[in-house]
Design a protein around this ligand. Structure first.
Ligand SMILES: NC(=O)c1ccc[n+]([C@@H]2O[C@H](COP(=O)([O-])OP(=O)(O)OC[C@H]3O[C@@H](n4cnc5c(N)ncnc54)[C@H](OP(=O)(O)O)[C@@H]3O)[C@@H](O)[C@H]2O)c1
Length: 403
């Protein structure tokens, strides 16, 4: 049955949505019918008009605008019935996004989203992975920079240098700000799930939950104390804020891809720290913040500081960028390094590129009958996704020594 829309995008009026709209107007084929959603048609129309006026050329058809309230089941049913691939950007996903996620899993369609809420994804996999497989749906969460970047980068690196062990991603530099939507999602996750430790460990998304040989159990030890990375000249590293979602996603890819990353593959994620003192202070602060996030008063303060709807300033967005290094050991024991520069705001601008690449690739694979089914990961769509990302704001370089 031919569907009305190849792609339907929710949350188009949000912080990330504002960057998705120009990307799709410039990059979608002119024969593709697509739609964008908002609870207010007038709001989405104003955004579409302003975006088109800003662009020097538009290659895609203009999208239909559909009024959708994701708390209304009839709206959700209409959306999944009409669409081949849904792009979910309306968070927070544990509340606003859940109805659309589950309806997509039942409807036998494609679905990608920005959800980076690890405990929520673990629950979705437990409840809906098998149903999505049976219905022929493909659901891919975490298609924003977290976890698309590290997940597809590792698949790409393995395709270039072969199997790896002891893989670490370390953020050397990260500049940017958080939207009200992101803070809202973070606080809601703590409110619902109590704590990220409720996840049960880094292999919570994979079927090999009890397999301690593949689980980087040491990840959680690093929350207690700073560590050194000998392959980076003894650099001090501290736990990264995105470690839960990215580690769980990468390890799920590893199991879904039948361990193609190597028999001794492990993965963990950190941020660079200047020295031992800075690392100890940050690790302690992170521990305190994790504890305080469990209290409703701290969540209220955080939300008051960044209420829903707050968008990072243009100046902050223009200055935002990031640099990562992924280090692993090849089968011969020698280390390999991949340096990744993200030239544009990783949180929202690059996240918009990532989710658009995932949506377009998933549409292509579903039409050719090669898409995986179930609740899968960005990397399961193939290493070429990271090649495509490098055509945008991301540059990667593989090296055999550091620096
Ligand atoms: N993984 C990553 O790298 C990454 C990166 C960026 C963002 N995120 C996540 O993505 C989510 C969105 O963040 P954001 O800052 O881009 O969004 P935002 O600015 O908070 O915007 C939220 C969007 O959701 C829509 N929305 C809210 N309630 C709705 C409902 N009931 N029905 C339909 N639409 C509804 C709003 O549309 P209308 O008001 O027009 O209806 C708006 O467009 C958050 O969960 C955030 O954590 C993840």
């Amino acid at each position: 049955m031919t569907k009305k829309y190849a792609i339907t995008v929710t949350g188009i009026t949000g912080t990330t949505g504002q960057y998705v709209l120009p990307y799709l107007l410039l990059n979608l084929n002119g024969d593709i019918n697509w739609a964008v959603c908002s609870r207010s048609k007038a709001k989405a129309q104003a955004q579409l008009d302003a975006t088109v006026a800003d662009l020097t050329a538009v290659h895609a058809k203009l999208p239909d605008i559909v009024e959708v309230d994701l708390t209304n089941q009839q709206d959700i049913n209409r959306l999944v019935t009409d669409t081949e691939v849904v792009v979910g950007m309306a968070g927070p996903f544990p509340s606003t996004g859940y109805g659309l996620q589950t309806a997509s899993a039942e409807a036998g369609i494609g679905y990608v989203d920005l959800c980076g809420d690890a405990p929520h994804i673990a629950k979705l996999i437990r409840e809906y992975h098998e149903r999505a497989e049976t219905s022929g749906s493909t659901l891919i969460n975490a298609c924003g920079t977290s976890s698309f970047l590290q997940d597809t980068a590792i698949r790409w690196l393995v395709s270039k240098v072969g199997p790896l062990s002891d893989v670490r991603s370390i953020a050397l530099e990260m500049l940017g700000s958080l939207s009200g939507g992101t803070v809202n999602s973070m606080t809601l996750n703590y409110q619902i799930y109590g704590s990220y430790s409720a996840l049960g460990g880094p292999s919570s998304f994979s079927s090999e939950r009890n397999d301690t040989t593949t689980a980087t159990t040491k990840l959680w030890d690093y929350v207690k104390k700073p560590a050194k990375e000998p392959r980076l000249g003894g650099m001090y590293v501290v736990p990264s804020m995105t470690q839960s979602i990215n580690t769980c996603t990468v390890l799920r890819s590893y199991t879904l891809l039948n361990r193609v990353y190597g028999p001794n593959f492990t993965y963990a994620e950190y941020d660079k720290s200047r020295n031992r003192v800075a690392a100890s202070v940050w690790t302690f602060a992170l521990k305190c913040m994790t504890g305080m996030m469990r209290t409703s008063w701290f969540r209220r303060i955080l939300t008051a500081f960044r209420p829903p709807g707050t968008v990072p300033s243009k100046r902050t967005t223009e200055a935002a960028h990031a640099t990562f290094v992924i280090v692993g050991n090849k089968l011969d024991g020698n280390p390999v390094y991949m340096k990744i520069n993200v030239a544009k705001d990783p949180m929202y601008v690059t996240a918009a590129t990532c989710i658009c690449l995932a949506a377009i690739e998933l549409l292509k694979q579903r039409r050719s009958g090669t898409a995986p089914s179930g609740i899968v990961t960005p990397a399961t769509l193939g290493p070429q996704l990271f090649d495509q990302l490098q055509e945008h704001n991301v540059a990667a370089e593989i090296k055999s020594s550091w620096p």
